[in-house]
Design a binder for this molecule. Structure first.
Ligand code: COA
Length: 425
């Protein structure tokens, strides 16, 4: 089956998480992603959080599927020549170096346009233009600077970062969309362009409901926040809202049977207005359907603690899956808190290709997350990540037209390096 991005060549100069997430998506969808790595070293994540001695880490393998790896010293003159040929040949250059690194290497945007006017140059940086544009940035810095941390956690505690990698993987997703848009534009104009996805901006984009609430504060307290019902006054900024729902339908995380010993025996429960009467019947409070102070959503806003405590008395008598089984047929929106162990073992996610087992010559089988986007006209197959420099010779010869002798010379001078032999796969 053909892939949507067949024929698109990506010069993948990314490392760590944000950039690799983006190029992994493009590789899944059929692009030829050529990952350029430093000889002998490679992407730093290859050797970070190592769990199997001598093997590429899960951090690396889970972010670099379906790619090819070439090692190249791009600070060496011969290496720069190879890089220049790659820039000439490829459609998109993706990078997430610290600000200025590509210019220092001699590949400014102006130079890249001279070499290949059709080239799309796509970058992740921590911040956009402004006072912080030269800063190096990692995930949690972006979560903090993008407004997420100040609005996550509980009112009486410090700001909290989330486990979802909205700064890195979130920005990688934004960049992938930017690249696809620029490729589509190039179809009409014949010209490439520069695409920038700053991590702060990406996080803020995902936190837009909190900027919504910042502006709503001018009109009075945010009545759907628990602190309203608790009589706690609002300050000048959108507060931390614990597990309150971010929308107009109040929700909470509630204990389920077994919570005393199982840290994930909880459910999310939403008291959607449309199913209020059904909720009242399920929890054994049928009189709340018509009782003054309980019957309509605005009346309930100052009683959310009491209401959720009552619902929790009921959820504590059921497992999180029983809550789902009872509420789902009644259209009451609930969701079990699934642990990573439960997700790893989830048959449904395996069937849809969202959790995939991949074999690797150095580490054996491991689990990864497959494409979360599904297509009716294209399969997305997950292939193992490349070993460091595994495709150096084939890329030099087949993509760039180097002869066998020239490849040997590049190897012998350390511009590229000799690739590990892969034991029988
Ligand atoms: N050959 C020779 N040199 C190479 C090379 C190659 N193939 N690949 C990279 N390098 C060099 C770069 O030119 C740079 O050198 P310079 O600083 O002398 O110019 C150096 O390696 C490393 O680049 P840098 O990006 O500064 O790495 P770092 O480990 O110090 O910083 C980050 C890591 C993530 C903090 C930084 O890259 C960054 O802020 N990136 C943008 C934001 C981002 O994506 N953050 C999230 C990461 S998940």
């Amino acid at each position: 089956m053909s892939k949507a991005l067949d024929g698109v060549k990506i010069l993948d100069f990314t490392h760590v998480q944000s950039g690799p997430t983006c190029t992994q998506l493009l590789a899944w969808f059929g692009a030829d992603v050529i990952k350029v790595e430093r000889p002998g070293v490679g992407d730093a994540t290859r050797k970070q959080l190592v769990d199997v001695e001598g093997a590429d880490s899960l951090y690396f393998t889970m972010l670099n599927h379906n790619k090819r790896s070439i090692t190249l010293n791009t600070k060496n003159e011969k290496g720069k020549e190879v890089l220049e040929r790659l820039v000439k040949t490829c459609d998109v250059l993706v990078e997430n170096f610290a600000p200025g690194a590509l210019d220092r290497m001699g590949f400014s945007w102006e130079r890249i346009q001279e070499i290949n006017p059709r080239m799309i140059m796509a970058s992740v940086k921590g911040f956009g233009p402004g006072p912080y544009e030269d800063c190096k940035v990692y995930e949690n810095v972006a979560q903090c600077a993008g407004g997420s941390a100040s609005t996550t956690g509980f009112l009486d505690g410090p700001p909290v970062v989330t486990g979802a990698q909205i700064g890195d993987s979130g920005t990688g997703l934004h960049l992938a969309l930017g690249i696809m848009t620029a490729l589509f534009h190039r179809e009409r104009t014949g010209k490439g362009q520069k695409v920038l996805a700053p991590m702060q901006d990406g996080v803020l984009n995902l936190c837009r409901v909190k900027l919504r609430d910042q502006q709503r504060l001018k009109a009075g307290p945010l009545k759907e926040y628990s602190q309203f019902g608790e009589g706690i006054p609002f300050g000048e900024a959108t507060p931390r809202a614990g597990n309150d729902s971010g929308g107009g339908q109040p929700g909470r995380i509630l204990k389920c049977k077994g919570w005393e010993t199982d840290p994930n025996a909880y459910t999310y429960f939403i008291t959607q207005a449309a199913v209020w009467e059904k909720i009242c019947d399920v929890i054994g409070e049928p009189e709340w359907k018509t009782k003054a102070g309980y019957a309509t959503p605005p009346e309930r806003l100052d009683k959310l603690n009491e209401i959720f405590e009552r619902i929790e008395q009921w959820t504590m008598t059921k497992s999180k899956f029983e809550v789902m089984e009872i509420c789902n047929p009644l259209d009451i929106p609930v969701g079990p808190i699934l642990s990573m162990k439960e997700i790893a073992e989830d048959e449904g996610l395996r069937k849809t290709g969202t959790v995939v087992e991949v074999d690797h010559p150095e580490r054996g089988p491991y689990l990864t997350v497959g494409s979360p986007i599904k297509f009716s006209g294209m399969d997305v197959e997950v292939k193992r990540s490349p070993l460091l420099g595994e495709h150096t010779a084939e890329i030099l010869k087949d993509v760039l037209g180097y002869s066998e002798e020239e490849v040997e010379e590049l190897k012998s001078t350390g511009v590229t390096d000799v690739v590990k032999k892969i034991a029988a796969e």
